[in-house]
Write a protein that binds this ligand. Sequence first.
Ligand code: JHZ
Ligand code: ZN
Length: 416
Amino acid sequence: MSGTIQVACCRGCGGPLETDLADLGTMPLANRLVDPADAAAIEPAYPLRARVCSRCMLVQLDVTVPPERLFGEYVYFSSTSKAWVEHARHFVDEAARRFGLDRDSLVVEIASNDGYLLRHVVERGIPALGIEPAANVAAEARRRGVPTEQRFFSRRTAEDLVGRGLKASMIVANNVLAHVPGLVDFLAGVALLLAPEGVFVAEFPHLRELIAGDQFDTIYHEHVFYLSLLALEPLLRAAGLSLFDVERLPTHGGSLRIFAARTDRRRPESGRLAAVRSLERDAGLDRLQTYAAFGERIEPVRRSLRGFLAGARARGRGVMAFGAAAKGITLLNYCGVTRRDIPAIVDETPAKQGKLIPGSHIPIVGLDQLAAQRPDFVLILPWNHKDEIAAKLRRLRGWSGELVLPVPRTEVLAAA
Ligand code: JHZ
Ligand code: ZN
């Protein structure tokens, strides 16, 4: 496949990739939204298969698309979700207190997007630096007053920053570890950029929840890795980083927030680490058969969505979707949903409106179209934001249909 990279061995430890977690066939790139003028052009599609390393249990795509092609220009703006911005504010408040961040500190965020998190750091008068590869998103962050360098992060980036006299008191990497094919090099860069007493904090969707919640829709080409503590800890250790704490978060369907320090300045371990380690063992994440069994859990998700859409059509009821999330694009394409089933998807991101989603070419429209088209049902594709979206839609004037969630099974939400 032209331009892709295929590996036969684990990107973490070099072990064999012999077992599939999920094989979703050939899929277009989730966030490569299509301009209606290009709708007739052939769309590139790539194998989408998550496999697990037999040695270290790191789950990863075996075929990846170079990050430059995925993130050069990006359509995901983190600040679109107010709840996510609040989540970031709360984190900054806590971290500033816990780690004594002040005017003499430096907080570096990798994949800082539109400044949804660092704006709170800047507001507190703490020096901040965002590293963000997408030009359009980095520009938005700078507009908000967040110093941002437009580049990918790697060991070389860290060497460059250190060469300019920078050392970070805290490095934040939220929802980015999964996106980096060169994860080993990336973590080496983190260790290098960290000041001796610095802390590294990273959030990522927890593989345990992906498996327990049938969240196969979070598998798409941007996500090279599907992470557990079990698989990540040896990689951190190899980079010279030691975990000292972990939190379980409800965000993105269930995430972990890990805290690490340089191994030469190791801190005492919180009891929460042992608790998550045993949670993962109880979920069978240390056994290949747990991963091999996941494939069977995908089909019932598809069947329930298709059954719902067929039923709605048979009864002449209209369905629209809300949220052109990357996960929604995996879901709709994998389930073979077409414009006949769902004529439009509402999304409040200006950069997404007016485009078609890849594959099924369902158009993305503004919120005003709900009142204009008055569907009977709205399918919430980003189920991770269901409370925020449900509250918003129930307040909306001019529309009062029912809300539906697609994962783990298609389900009409009870009225609030
Ligand atoms: P949302 C993204 O995944 C992409 P996605 C990425 N690969 C990743 O790792 C995760 O985030 C963390 C819209 N919306 O957040 C905005 C509204 O319009 O589930 C988004 O298009 N109004 C980096 O794309 C979409 O829904 C609202 O009120 O699956 C949500 O996408 C809200 C709450 C959302 O991420
Ligand atoms: Zn491995």
